[in-house]
Ligand binder design. Structure first.
Ligand code: AMP
Ligand code: GLY
Length: 423
């Protein structure tokens, strides 16, 4: 069958790499894609918010499966759009309907959902602008740091962690007055959890679930986890401190009740559930849900997945996930991200990427890259993820780190300490 993958990051390059290995995949189209996805299929220009344009591609290219990488089209209802159009009958969409994507699309919704199904998460209250005073009074009752979360999608910038109550009140007011547009017309204020985070991924067809390899990403720009937040500087899978006992707690207390809640509420969900988990004194709590795979987590999770991904996703779409068995490569996978100088603040694009053909024993997943005049140039802050597999995390990291010295572009920056807190 012909497949359309929506998105353009390292996650999507990894999806395209994995899906193109499947005998079930005839032609793969990626919209808009990047220079990496073009190695595995045909890139098509697309504004991913334009569902009519998606429809045109589906019809013109005889697409039978649409795989949605990022959250925004899911939260905006791309599943429902395709499902409700008779001209698109029988087209599978990988990702939840709007009714499921709201788990990521509204923090207030997800907090109420977790409360209803007894899923461990930080204590919270939500406030609108009309309740500003109550919000400020609530901050007075909290011990800093104060965690403020815009209710809706804010391009990963909607969470503020503030050490001072008065500053938090000013920030609350700013958010409610529209700092993140409609996304912060409601704000969740929640208890700060002090612990270590990791990412858990499941596939679900709305009834059953399958657990994929877990991962941990490194979000800060600087060595030792310092400096500004980024879209991810590196990643490891598995995560050494997440043992069978902790994973059992995650499954029993978090995954099972979430899938039960999805089913009980009649949410349509044929896609990935990404649980952002924090471990506090060996107990797991949900920090957030995402309705998609993670980035850069996908770059280490899929290389460890032995299954045919297209077969798994087809089973998921048909409600037959229970027949599938997940097979995992026991080795460790690590990814080191090469980023543009200046990122996550101001940076330049269009720098030629050199030595791409010189890497050894490494998967090169493109994120912000573009082909121009037979050259590959940088086209974003996060440029390339270098994924290696090894018998130990240290062995894999040695390969990722070595190859990070080989690929080069003006201004290249990367962290040399991915996994530093796990050894
Ligand atoms: P989110 O967008 O909800 O994932 O939040 C972004 C980041 O803020 C998370 O990955 C955590 O590092 C941090 N964070 C969010 N909520 C909390 C919390 N309740 N306690 C501590 N850290 C948090
Ligand atoms: N790595 C975190 C995310 O994809 O949201």
């Amino acid at each position: 069958m012909n497949i359309l993958l929506i998105g353009s990051g390292g996650r999507e390059h990894t999806f395209s790499w994995k899906m193109s290995q499947s005998p079930l995949c005839t032609q793969l189209f990626i919209a808009p894609g990047n220079a990496g996805t073009a190695q595995h299929g045909t890139n098509l220009p697309l504004d991913i918010a334009n569902f009519e344009a998606v429809k045109t591609i589906i019809l013109e290219r005889d697409i039978k499966m649409v795989v949605v990488g990022p959250e925004a089209p899911l939260v905006q209802g791309i599943y429902d759009f395709i499902e409700n159009d008779t001209a698109l009958n029988g087209v599978m969409v990988i990702g939840p309907a709007k009714s499921g994507a709201i788990l990521e699309g509204s923090k207030a919704f997800s907090k109420a959902f977790m409360a209803e199904y007894g899923i461990p998460t930080a204590g919270y209250q939500e406030f609108s602008l009309a309740e500003l005073e109550a919000g400020m009074n609530y901050i007075d009752t909290q011990t800093p740091p104060i965690v403020l979360k815009a209710d809706g999608l804010a391009a990963g910038k909607g969470v503020l962690i503030i050490n001072d109550r008065e500053e938090a009140k000013v920030a609350l007011k700013k958010m409610l007055e529209g700092q993140f547009g409609a996304a912060s017309s409601k704000v969740v204020i929640e208890e700060f959890l002090d612990g270590i985070e990791f990412s858990v991924f499941t596939l679900t067809d709305g009834k059953d679930y399958k657990i994929l390899p877990i991962a941990k990403d490194y979000k800060r720009i600087g060595e030792g986890d310092t400096g500004l937040n980024t879209g991810g500087m590196g990643c490891v899978s598995p995560v050494p401190f997440v043992d069978a006992e902790l994973m059992k707690k995650v499954e029993e207390r978090i995954i099972k009740p979430t899938i039960k809640g999805i089913q009980a509420r009649g949410m349509t969900y044929k896609g990935f559930v990404f649980f952002g988990i924090i471990r506090v004194k060996n107990e797991p709590f949900v920090i957030e849900y995402n309705c998609r795979m993670g980035d850069p987590e996908t770059e280490v999770v899929f290389p460890r997945l032995k299954n045919d991904l297209v077969k798994l996703m087809t089973a998921m779409s048909n409600g037959e996930l229970s027949n599938q068995t997940i097979e995992i490569d026991e080795r460790s996978a690590t990814a080191v991200f090469l980023v543009s100088g200046g990122y996550p603040e101001k940076y330049e694009k269009g720098k030629e990427i050199r030595n791409l053909d010189q890497v050894k024993n490494t998967l090169v997943f493109h994120a912000g890259t573009k082909a121009v005049d037979n050259k590959i140039v940088t086209n974003g802050g996060r440029v390339i993820a270098l994924t290696a597999l090894g018998d130990t995390m240290e062995a894999a990291l040695a390969i990722s780190n070595q190859n990070a010295t080989i690929i080069d572009f003006d201004g290249k920056n990367y962290r040399t300490d991915i996994g530093f807190d796990l050894v």
